[in-house]
Design a protein around this ligand. Structure first.
Ligand SMILES: C[S@@+](CC[C@H](N)C(=O)[O-])C[C@H]1O[C@@H](n2cnc3c(N)ncnc32)[C@H](O)[C@@H]1O
Length: 280
């Protein structure tokens, strides 16, 4: 039997997603849940933040969906595999290992595309690994930049080769919406460490910032394999990062603000790479 797709009606008590509120917004990850957002940003609820940063759900493959409030579990994804255990795919067959029995049993409420419904995290990562793109994303993290989670989520959406966090190891995972589980995330303590890594991998590093001497991203021929390096929200690219970059590229702006949000800039730059190289 074909697995249901998100939004299809499947099984008793499992509502269709059509017409439901945007699940991301309803979970408050994009700033809808003011209470959660304030706690996450002002450090009042440190315990909660630490739980989110540490990915406390490593123990179980299906735990990702357990982190959602009940009402959201009911709105997102698909229910138990239709027809019950008798209709499950052959878990001992060639493709059987990709399925997570817990998800087959209880439904898959994760924020994954239909292709990966009921798959284990490991199987999804392995499949993504077969077709990751040539660009890497690096972001400086000197004072716990809240944008990094969002950058990771976008990097996952565009199937970046990896995300590199430069500076502090810990970063706020909230905006990642659990996509960090499907994304290779590496840490480098300093820009020099990142550079040494890029050197070994023979990857040019391109800074992304609107700085004196930067050149327009628009029309710039981005290398197929490269590292796109972003600065921190408040201060922008560090001196070390500026010095490390082959070129620094700016995104054209036309309004009054000095800059756009770092996560928004990262999304634009990744998409610029996608426009030039994806599918070709
Ligand atoms: C909020 S900006 C801060 C620095 C900015 N240069 C300034 O003068 O205000 C933080 C990061 O977002 C990215 N960014 C923001 N606006 C950008 C733009 N127009 N072009 C390229 N990157 C940008 C860069 O990676 C930058 O390091």
């Amino acid at each position: 039997m074909r697995p249901p797709r998100s939004g299809e009606r499947h099984g008793p008590g499992v509502p269709n997603r059509d017409g439901a509120p945007d699940p991301d917004r309803s979970r408050g990850q994009d700033g809808v849940d003011d209470a959660g957002r304030v706690r996450g940003q002002d450090g009042v609820d440190d315990a909660r933040r630490v739980r989110e940063q540490d990915g406390v759900d490593d123990a179980g493959r299906a735990r990702e969906q357990d982190r959602l409030p009940d009402q959201d579990r009911a709105e997102v994804g698909v229910g138990p595999w239709p027809g019950g255990r008798a209709a499950w795919p052959d878990l001992t067959g060639p493709d059987g290992a990709r399925y997570d029995p817990l998800l087959l049993e209880h439904g898959d409420r994760r924020n994954v595309v239909d292709r990966y419904r009921y798959w284990t995290v490991e199987a999804v990562v392995a499949d993504l690994d077969t077709r990751r793109h040539g660009f890497h994303v690096a972001v400086e993290n000197w004072s716990h930049d809240l944008n990094i989670g969002s950058v990771v989520r976008t990097a996952n959406a565009f199937n970046a080769a990896a995300v590199h966090v430069v500076g502090r190891r810990r970063w706020n995972r909230r905006g990642a919406m659990v996509t960090d589980r499907y994304q290779h995330v590496l840490h480098h303590a300093t820009v020099d460490d990142l550079l040494a890594w890029a050197d070994r991998a023979q990857l040019p590093v391109l800074g992304i910032d609107n700085l004196p001497g930067s050149v327009p991203l628009e029309g710039y021929p981005l290398p197929r394999a490269c590292v796109l390096l972003f600065g921190q929200e408040s201060v922008g690219l560090s001196e070390a990062a500026r010095g490390a970059a082959r070129d620094v590229l700016h995104i054209a702006q036309f309004g009054s603000t000095r800059s756009i949000n770092a996560a928004a800039a990262a999304a634009i730059a990744m998409h610029a790479w996608v426009v030039q190289h994806a599918g070709s």
